[in-house]
Design a protein around this ligand. Sequence first.
Ligand code: GAP
Length: 453
Amino acid sequence: MAATQMEQLVSLCKRRGFIFQNSDIYGGLQGVYDYGPLGVELKNNIKAAWWRAMVYERDDVEGLDAAILTNRKVLHYSGHEDTFSDPMVDCRKCKGRFRADQINGVCPNCGSTDLTEPRPFNLMFKTTVGPVVDEDNIAYLRPETAQAIFTQFKNVVDSTSRKLPFGIAQIGKSFRNEITPKNFIFRVREFEQAELEFFVKPGEDEKWHEYWKQARIDWWVAQGLPRDRFRVYDQKPDELAHYAKACSDIEYAFPHGVEELEGIANRRDYDLGNHTKSQEEFNLEAHCHKNPDSTAKLCVRDEENNKWIVPFVIEPSMGIDRAVLAILTEAYNEEDLGGGNSRIVLKLKKHLAPIKIAIVPLKKNSPEIMAKCHELKQSLMKLGIGRVALENTGNIGKAYRRHDEVGTPLCLTVDFETLEQQPETVTLRDRDTMEQIRIATAELPAYLREYFA
Ligand code: GAP
């Protein structure tokens, strides 16, 4: 049974060092969170799983890591300066400020219906670059990672000689000044995105949209989300973002409700079209704004008819923070062990677990046992399976519970038998079944390589 209350997750995340409120000792900063010792491991593992599936396992995708600070012109020509806004209303009675589309005309703070008319509120964070603070030096913190993929399109094509279809993948921070950040890390002001912009020939876009829908669903299942816990929602025309021809949302049953985890959009030639110079030379389908500032033609040669074309884009875009929340929700289990005992166990997929193996000494005040634990840790780390932790904070039962709660798949215990008998053996305890096996240390490398393969 997955988590049903956000409180279960918030409490676990703070208690075990997954996620903390940002600036906690000063009362926090709304809509901003920090990832703690185990949160950073989980997040890195999710990012690695995405990068592996989207870049390493394919032959048609390159990576990119672009800057967060973005030239104002990029976000002007992308349409964000004009249209990246939510409708905002103020309550005249309590002075609260809300997204008009989320409150049905009633102030959620005080119940008043005396609200201002909705007005657009641009979600981008503005800053200035250099010592002079004026209009000419305005830059933005990017609101999506996608734009840098479009503006670096020509450099990537020129340096890799890619032909259609091919993609550029990027993982990184994005910033949105959300009017009402809420639901823990679901809607925040600073978050991470993993985005693929997949460039295709116009006319092949619908086929590739279907392909990426299926590929992304399969990826989510491999991360431990059962198919019956998410649904794919095809947006209606009036729900689409300004750039999209179609968009399918992968929605998951979060503790606060069923909401978007990832969007898979058909952006047509909107972005490359807007950022390209000499637009009139191309038969652009999207309605693009004139661009006298761009210095590059963002096009490729269509080898079939030798014409220069602006590719269409299919974009699977997921939020890493929402991925963390969904994966934690799904993995969270409270188990009744009988006899008045219970445990919380995070049934994370092995490749996502923050700690892969906890080495537990039967007695932490035995120098011989501790020396053997250190020796095993050093040798197991060399297997490259991820984090191996030496757990010596409490008694053995507590150590097992602690690691169940953070999703450690295996606890390896060193006891007196380890020291006294030949061949040298240790016990391995499985997180999910709680069963233990005794295994020779000489056999551990092969066993663990296979276990974590
Ligand atoms: N480049 C396309 C794009 O940014 P989006 O639907 O606005 O599309 C993509 O965002 C994904 O980014 C969402 O599905 C969600 O997972 C994540 N995301 C967007 N806004 C977020 C926020 N304020 N907090 C956390 N995640 C967010």
